[in-house]
Design a protein around this ligand. Sequence first.
Ligand code: SF4
Ligand code: MG
Length: 316
Amino acid sequence: PDNILEICDVRKHFNVGHKQIVKSVDGITFSIKKGETLGIVGESGSGKSTIGRTIVGLYEATAGKVVFEGKDISQLDRRNKRDVNRRMQMIFQDPYASLNPRMRVGDIVAEGIEAYGLAKGKAKQERVFQLLERVGLNPDHAARFPHEFSGGQRQRIGIARALAVEPSYIVADEPISALDVSIQAQIVNLLEDLQKQENLTYLFIAHDLAMVKHISDRIGVMYLGKMMELADSRKLFQNPLHPYTKALLSAIPVPNPKLRGARERIVLGGELPSPINPPSGCPFRTRCPSAMDHCAKAVPEWKEVQENHWVACHLY
Ligand code: SF4
Ligand code: MG
């Protein structure tokens, strides 16, 4: 009931030719609570963007189920499907690539308002001006083109465009990774303010834990198409269970290394395996300092080992 989304054993496989299949997302189960920010971290190729896009319907799942507000989205009729498409929006890493360079900013923001028939004429125009102000731009910006703006401002335009259609759930796919460090905090603050005002739920995707730490209520860690661990943000940082999460955390620089306590730097050996030919059993076993014989033979089960703390590892 308080889950806005339930992701049940979702798979997304891509046929990459020569009879090869990339199991970009390979059996992932978790839920997202209404109003929370769920951070997802993983290296490139971990499937984090793919799961984000599959949930909003940009990709069709190969298998599994996405349940949004109690309804299986694959079973919706056209009208309900359209409504769900409106209420699930995305913000992209490179706002410039996702903004049509030939369209004025006002038209970019108005596009969805028009498409979903939310307002027209003067009311639509007013709504566009309001949206620009809410994301920290101003009404004069409506007449300009995307190239006239800085990276941070373009991301604000992308956020205004997403907000324009009154979503309840937003996937932010590395929304700050391409921005200067000084701008990153501004965008994160903006997203947090909007979340409170609009009661939004976020899936916030990033490539490292430090980036999702402050904004996330819970964090999921992905590796080679699978979720390795998922827990409350603070719990994950204080008591990581999965060897991969432990290694990621040990790599985050801390101001005073003595305060790291027992957490020694763990350097992972080996390369990230090819997603075309992932290891048998546990996908992390070729780099895991704790790997056992059994890890090559059986895929570890996705288990709730402590309350609200999920992990996929034979150690637990
Ligand atoms: Fe390491 Fe085995 Fe756990 Fe995988 S299942 S993370 S290889 S201990
Ligand atoms: Mg990506």
